[in-house]
Design a protein around this ligand. Structure first.
Ligand SMILES: [Zn+2]
Length: 532
């Protein structure tokens, strides 16, 4: 496939975080090489925000794609590089598509099996309702800084300190042992391997010796375990982004893993021995299983307001969500209950499918999209009127100049100079009118038809019911802002408009009460508590 590349940074600040033009281009070229694409041209906008469409290279790229018969695709690092404004994005994608050119993001893939075009539109809509992607850009920036061989976090782990390298925009940090606290870390590994005691005992021992964490706290089981498990101490930098925004990162940017990234505090052999010892002991203690906990990151405790985390019972047969307060400070610290994870997962999936994908709600969403497009249409037609006016004026001027030239009233050199200038202006105005008219036409095509959306809803329902957990979670997080778990009810806050309520769930124990505005509805739902 023949492609052009488009890269953009909005400010020096962004470039400084490592999301540089060269980095974007590198990744794009790499992608092309892997997939056998031929690059015909590269376009770069620097220091220009993605919300305006008066980006010189962007416009040049659109023109180039329209004129060239050979281009099949525009490759971007992410759709946010192409455009941050959803309406513009849709318009230009449509214009390009009408010339046989597809816009492809190399980091955001669309789930196969679903009408790619429609789901893409939905993600764009949802995206425009979310806080901007600065968090994602920050994470990408950190991955880039790490790849360049620097330490990307703002605080050093215990046992290390950061040392500054370079000044100003070039300022980076490296990790070096902190000789004040490094011996303590080495000692923890030494005790763990030599004395055959568990983390709890080890913490007690440290506390009894009067040793404290670098922040002055007493040692606990968790801080000891965190220390023993942290590969940073064998020189490996390992960072996993687990926030909601991390879903938008390329797989390789979701995890930063670099060996020999800095000076180790313990040798690899010691570290590995500690890990196998930990694994042997851990087989008898509770552990968390990520995949069971579909709703991680969405749940809040209605009593204390903290997040709910997934936990498994000792037998491994029961999985439940429990608030951070209870997990950290014991069951007496918060009057909430642990909630059966499988049951809550099923309820939320069913409810989302019912309430959110209710055709009336989809209709409302469709209406919202079309209203937005309508606003943009108004802007276009206003601008077109102005253009017509300007064009009439220029044509009049040109005519008068031609008359003057014919009658030989003034110096012909001066007149033809003016004539050239007016004709050039005329051409520019006509070009703009052409672009605006294509946008206008593109809108008519793009206007979302309900008939096309409904099959998508069906397939999304299907996906929600059968897809792997990762996909389910992605969809849920796209549509749900927050789920608050109260003693006898859960409140789901959706992030898209809601027009019509669905009937309460029929399952006996689950009554529903709904309240709120159509914009942000709350669905209350009683769930049984479960102290698994
Ligand atoms: Zn709580």
């Amino acid at each position: 496939m023949n492609v052009v590349l488009y890269a953009r940074v909005s400010s020096e600040k962004q470039a400084d975080k490592g999301l540089s033009i060269p980095a974007q281009l590198d990744r794009l070229r790499e992608f092309c090489e892997l997939n056998g694409h031929i690059i015909l041209r590269e376009f770069v906008d620097e220091g220009i925000t993605g919300t305006t469409d008066t980006r010189p290279q962007f416009q040049e790229m659109i023109r180039f794609c329209k004129l060239s018969q050979e281009i099949n695709g525009v490759l971007v690092w992410s759709f946010s590089r192409f455009s941050r404004d959803r309406v513009h994005s849709v318009v230009y994608k449509q214009i390009l598509l009408s010339h046989g050119v597809k816009v492809i993001s190399i980091t955001e893939q669309i789930t196969p099996g679903i009408d790619a075009e429609i789901i893409e539109g939905f993600f764009e809509l949802i995206d425009s309702q979310k806080p901007k992607r600065s968090a994602v850009d920050t994470m990408r920036g950190m991955a880039e800084v790490a790849r360049q061989g620097y330490y990307p976090l703002s605080t050093a782990p215990m046992g290390y300190k950061r040392t500054q390298v370079g000044e100003g925009k070039q300022r980076r940090f490296q990790l070096i042992p902190d000789e004040g606290t490094a011996p303590l870390i080495r000692r923890i590994f030494e005790i763990y391997l030599s004395q055959g005691i568990g983390a709890k005992e080890l913490a007690k021992k440290l506390n009894n010796e009067g040793l404290r964490t670098p922040r002055g706290h007493r040692w606990g089981t968790n801080s000891v375990l965190r220390t023993l498990r942290n590969p940073i101490y064998k020189g490996t930098l390992h960072i996993e982004f687990r926030t909601r925004n991390a879903e938008f990162l390329a797989d390789k940017d979701q995890v930063i893993h670099l060996e020999s990234a800095h000076e180790p505090l313990v040798d690899a052999d010691t570290f590995d021995k500690a890990q196998s010892l930990l694994a042997r002991r851990a087989s008898t203690s509770p552990k968390t299983l990520g995949s069971k906990f579909l709703l991680s990151g969405l749940l809040r405790c209605g009593k204390c307001g903290l997040r709910l985390y997934g936990k498994s019972a000792k037998s491994g047969a029961y999985h439940y969500y429990e608030c951070q307060q209870r997990i950290q400070s014991g069951p007496d610290s918060c009057p909430s209950h642990a909630i059966n994870a499988q049951r809550l997962n099923a309820i939320v999936l069913k409810k989302t499918s019912e309430v959110l994908l209710e055709p009336a709600n989809i209709e409302a969403l469709t209406q919202q999209v079309n209203d937005e497009l309508g606003d943009h249409d108004q802007v276009i037609s206003d601008r077109l009127k102005l253009l017509e006016e300007e064009l009439r004026k220029r044509r009049g001027q040109i005519e008068r100049l031609l008359d003057a030239l014919e009658e030989g009233k003034s110096a012909s050199a001066l007149i033809s100079q003016r004539l050239t200038a007016r004709q050039e202006e005329l051409r520019m105005l006509e070009a703009e009118r052409f672009t605006l008219r294509s946008e206008d036409a593109a809108h008519l095509v793009q206007r979302v038809e309900l008939d096309r959306v409904l099959p998508y809803v069906e397939s999304l329902k299907q996906t929600l019911a059968t897809a792997p957990v990762k996909t389910q979670r992605f969809i849920l997080k796209s549509f749900i802002k927050r789920i608050t778990v109260q003693e006898t009810a859960i409140t789901i806050e959706f992030s898209i408009p809601q027009e019509k309520q669905t009937d309460p769930l029929k399952a006996g124990v689950l009554g529903t009460v709904t309240s709120g505005t159509p914009q942000r509805i709350r669905t209350r739902q009683r769930v049984p508590s479960d102290d698994a």
